[in-house]
Design a protein around this ligand. Sequence first.
Ligand code: FCB
Length: 446
Amino acid sequence: MTNVKFPKDFIWGVATASYQIEGSPLADGAGPSIWHRFTHTPGTIHDGDTGDVACDHYRRYREDVALMKSLGIKGYRFSISWPRIFPKGKGRINERGLAFYDRLIDELLKAGITPFVTIYHWDLPAALQDIGGWTNRDIAYWFSDYADYLFQRLGDRVKHWITLNEPWATAFVGHLFGEHAPGMKDIFSAFAVVHNELRAHSKAVEAFRDENIEGKIGITLSNHSMKPASQNEKDLTTARVAHEFTNYPLFLDPIYKGLYPETLSHIVEEYMPKDYLQDMDEIKRPIDFVGINYYSGSLVRFNPEKPFGLETLDHGLPKTEMGWEIYPEGLYEMLKGVQEDYDPGEVFITENGAAFKDVVEDGQVHDRERIDYLRAHFTQAHRAIKDGVRLRGYFVWTLMDNFEWAYGYSKRFGIVYTDYKTQERIVKDSGKWYANVISENSVTSE
Ligand code: FCB
């Protein structure tokens, strides 16, 4: 048994997102989001589930903050729903929508919990989708105006801002695979979205600097470890392309270097909007931290029969309920890679966690597998810190079971169990275990 101690002031947190937990999507003057529209389109979501009620957090946020406090949670990453603030995405402001986040932030601060705000976690105002959404170049202005308003109104209390959550997923899962809102299947749109997301991110960072408020701003990127299946030259190259396309380099190369990754030039030249190069200087702009989301990994092999010659294989490791292989070393690889490639001032793990089939027995949930998953990943995070990564915090996905996008309520990622019939919250064994990790500021590996 070894015990690893984390740095003093390490921020142990949990993460959520507005559409996944809040419910009441149209309350108090909010406009519909693309996720509201998507979930109300038959055939899109497992079992026809919607975010209409979710965890009813919009009305129960006080209890939820108290719950976090009881677990000793130090940081809470949540997102703001754009159409609550701007029902049509731009123009008229809805003060009642902002008031909800005002109250939530005050409640967090009273509980001694540091708020980390994600400005965009996928619930685009539907009215903006009607004029092209993320494929419209003007979104850089719509987004930065919205972000700027949040800086002005909440910047006195919020000191950590994340512009976008997983822009890759918005682009490809939403615009190429059609599995997320807005449900499009067009590769040119997907690449236009990547580019406009970067422009929007950058404009928001510019607005943040112009406001001259105290605080830090960064971006959160999705990552899936892509290791070569062999040392064969073709597998090595394919794995590198897969990594640079799927993971942080697609976004951080433009942000830090003003260029898309060179290994992707054949793909970029073919699918990016044709004048994309003109925007690269503007996209390149310093940020204060990088947020890493990490869940799983695969092996990569070159296979000429597959699109882009890319085939992914299993490592042969145990899987979570999502069918995702448990590969904790991949978290270390991502953290180390980010530090070496860009040397960001700070790094946060903004999401990591696992879905398992949880059962309630006598009012308890014995989720041993989730504890093992978290323990293994915490240990890799510690290893990364020891090896020089400026990792400042870790946000477990997620506080409580919630609406898991296309999977509806069928996948449970929480360290707290949500009973969707009664809205009762039951702290799982993993939640109790995490509370102990936080209070000791250390992890014991077995
Ligand atoms: C990430 C999302 C988050 C959650 C987890 C499981 O891709 O950012 O909202 O659904 O996956």
